[in-house]
Design a protein around this ligand. Structure first.
Ligand code: C2E
Ligand code: MG
Ligand code: MG
Ligand code: MG
Length: 279
């Protein structure tokens, strides 16, 4: 019976669907090879203190330079890598690459205070603190130099395992940031249960500042939440001086966006660090 059903399903399997799954299969094998072929790269985007204008850190953002397709956005291939499990080796590569880069900058006296790394749900598992601590100790980096960017979906279950994992990361010295805040789960009680350090306001709230009263009100409220829970606030996607002025007025802590600095290759970012070292 099952076999018949499968046969019937095959009959209804449209050429478009077939094409789609072929394309997925191709992408999957290409992404698999992207690692060994050195097609993946980390870009770095600076983060600044809103009041002093000092460079406080950077976020590492992955890039895939495909030999034929050119640049493929992480918004396209990261969700795909998560579905296929390829995010595990890619995520490990990101962690290693980011830590090595930070340590290399230390060695050349281009000290970057802190580097933020995006984690995917699949990486968020019990042995993460040990894996990270092991990696950093080899490079003589203190965990406080690394900020781990989590997503709301990781914090949705406030089960013992999640609490234990976050508590151990915190105890090891890592900074914990909640990325894309406000776009996911709406139950805010987890904010007080988990030992977070930073909230990153999603760029969708910043985009229409300062004129849109809805966005302005929400950003105002998010600032209040952060302040009363003793969390530092990072605004993402700051593109205009007016947006920055609005955030400064609200005493937002840090800002990141095209206005201040675009994500750039390590070579380009190094120039930014050199300029800073010269001041
Ligand atoms: P995200 O972590 O929220 O990263 C911020 C995104 O906003 C980045 O997109 C960045 O280039 C972009 N951005 C920064 N400033 C501005 C601005 O002023 N205006 C606008 N419109 N955009 C701005 P990107 O690099 O394309 O990355 C997209 C997403 O892919 C990231 O969102 C993150 O969720 C994911 N991602 C990137 N790198 C990694 C990684 O190494 N590991 C994992 N798991 N996910 C990653
Ligand atoms: Mg991020
Ligand atoms: Mg974000
Ligand atoms: Mg994100």
């Amino acid at each position: 019976h099952r076999c018949k059903q499968a046969q019937q399903e095959m009959l209804f399997y449209s050429p478009e669907m077939n094409q789609r799954s072929m394309a997925r299969l191709k992408l999957s094998s290409e992404l698999h090879h992207a690692l060994e072929r050195n097609e993946l790269q980390l870009f770095y985007q600076a983060q600044y203190d809103c009041q002093s204008g000092n460079l406080v850190g950077a976020e590492a953002l992955i890039r895939w330079l495909h030999p034929v397709r050119g640049f493929v956005s992480p918004a396209e291939f990261i969700p795909f890598a998560e579905e296929t499990g390829l995010i595990i080796p890619i995520g490990e590569w990101v962690l290693l690459q980011a830590a090595k880069q930070l340590s290399q900058w230390d060695e050349t006296n281009l000290h970057l205070p802190r580097l933020a790394i995006n984690l995917s749900v699949r990486q968020f598992k019990a042995n993460l603190p040990e894996q990270l601590t092991h990696l950093l100790s080899h490079l003589q980096l203190h965990p406080s130099r690394i900020e781990l960017e989590l997503t709301e979906s990781m914090l949705m279950q406030s089960d013992a395992a999640t609490i234990s994992l976050l508590t151990r990361l915190k105890a090891a010295g890592f900074s914990l940031a909640l990325d894309d805040f406000g776009t996911g789960y709406s139950n805010l009680s987890y904010l007080q249960r988990f030992p977070l350090d930073y909230l990153k306001i999603d760029q969708s709230f910043i985009r229409n500042l300062p004129d849109d009263s809805g966005s302005a009100g929400l950003v105002h409220a998010i600032c209040g939440i952060a302040r009363s829970l003793n969390l530092q606030l990072i605004a993402e996607g700051v593109e205009t001086p007016e947006q920055l002025a609005f955030l400064q007025q609200l005493n937002c802590d840090h800002a990141q966006g095209f206005l201040l600095s675009r994500p750039q290759s390590s070579t380009e970012f190094e120039k930014l660090l050199i300029r800073k070292a010269e001041i």
